[in-house]
Design a protein around this ligand. Structure first.
Ligand SMILES: CC(C)(COP(=O)(O)OP(=O)(O)OC[C@H]1O[C@@H](n2cnc3c(N)ncnc32)[C@H](O)[C@@H]1OP(=O)(O)O)[C@@H](O)C(=O)NCCC(=O)NCCS
Length: 277
């Protein structure tokens, strides 16, 4: 092989993992062009998340909004399936990473990952507004289309435990304040509130916005794509998952099930019968 050919082979091997996120050479680490030693101690973790996922640093106000969403979602106690799973898994003789992975794996469309679907709905409303339809009609239409495609339960609204999710209002207030200062557009907070009203128009009962609906507003306002909404929620909830997995690990209990063993579960199968053979 000629020197030219072998250079081409090395180049094509280098291009195999092309990335614009990070550059590394012996003694050098640069993230999105910034040397790591210039970032350490100078930018916050939310700013680092933004830099990593968006390519550039956020403004301080954008970082504060992202941070608020991340702070709000960290934990919902052992009633949340992800947290209960982290704790149960920790008693099964697996390590912390396995316990965390087990919990993260259930952050799906109904639990924790609902923000992604909610962002898709908000964006659908946005498209309709951009096409000249007024907000309330756009929300009604988008809701009807979403229900026809995915069923009557709207992601980002309702909560099994809280009649009103205490995390939603402070998050929306922050977005409204940021919109007042021109930091974000404010269109999605109006959309979120209108979708909540549209759900009530359809169901004739209040089904308030939950944490996923509120963080979906923030992530849309900040320009994140819907799948990133789920990713960001998972980053936040991972903190709670880690804390609970570690607390349970250090508690030393072995093989803990979903409820105390003296509480029976309900059997709904056939009555006892004889095997006829
Ligand atoms: C969170 C959730 C599972 C709680 O459900 P729940 O309190 O057990 O409520 P139920 O399933 O008992 O439903 C009660 C009623 O409200 C309705 N409802 C509940 N959440 C609804 C929603 N998000 N959209 C439309 N209707 C909803 C149900 O259809 C049901 O109506 P019905 O009695 O006429 O059948 C449910 O609201 C949901 O799936 N929300 C969307 C997913 C989501 O955002 N998850 C994140 C939660 S933090």
């Amino acid at each position: 092989m000629s020197a030219k050919d072998s250079d081409a082979v090395v180049q094509s091997a280098s291009d195999w993992w092309e990335t614009s996120i990070i550059d590394i050479h012996p003694g050098e680490i640069a993230i999105r062009g910034y040397e790591i030693q210039d970032l350490i101690g100078k930018i916050s973790f939310p700013e680092m998340i933004w830099l990593m996922t968006r390519g550039d640093l956020p403004t301080p106000s954008q970082a504060r909004l992202l941070e608020a969403a991340l702070v709000a979602s960290v934990d919902h106690g052992p009633h949340a399936p992800s947290i209960a799973i982290a704790r149960m898994a920790s008693t099964c003789g697996i390590s912390l990473n396995n316990a965390m992975a087990s919990a993260i794996n259930v952050l799906g469309d109904t639990h924790g990952g609902a923000g992604q679907d909610c962002m898709v709905l908000y964006e659908l409303v946005r498209f309709k507004i951009d096409a000249g339809i007024r907000l309330s009609d756009a929300a009604d239409l988008a809701l009807a289309e979403t229900i026809a495609a995915k069923g009557k339960i709207i992601a980002g609204f309702g909560h099994r435990f809280h009649p009103v999710d205490p995390r939603a209002a402070p998050l929306l207030s922050l977005v409204e304040a940021a919109a007042g200062q021109g930091i974000v557009g404010g269109g999605y907070v109006a959309i979120g509130r209108e979708v909540e009203a549209a759900i009530q128009r359809r169901t004739q009962k209040p089904i308030p916005m939950n944490i996923d609906g509120a963080t979906a507003v923030i992530f849309c306002e900040l320009g994140f794509a819907p799948p990133m909404g789920r990713g960001l929620f998972i980053l936040s909830r991972s903190v709670g998952i880690l804390a609970h997995a570690w607390e349970q690990t250090t508690a030393g209990k072995r093989m803990k099930g979903p409820m105390p063993k003296d509480i029976p579960f309900t059997y709904a199968g056939p009555a006892k019968r004889k095997l006829d053979r």
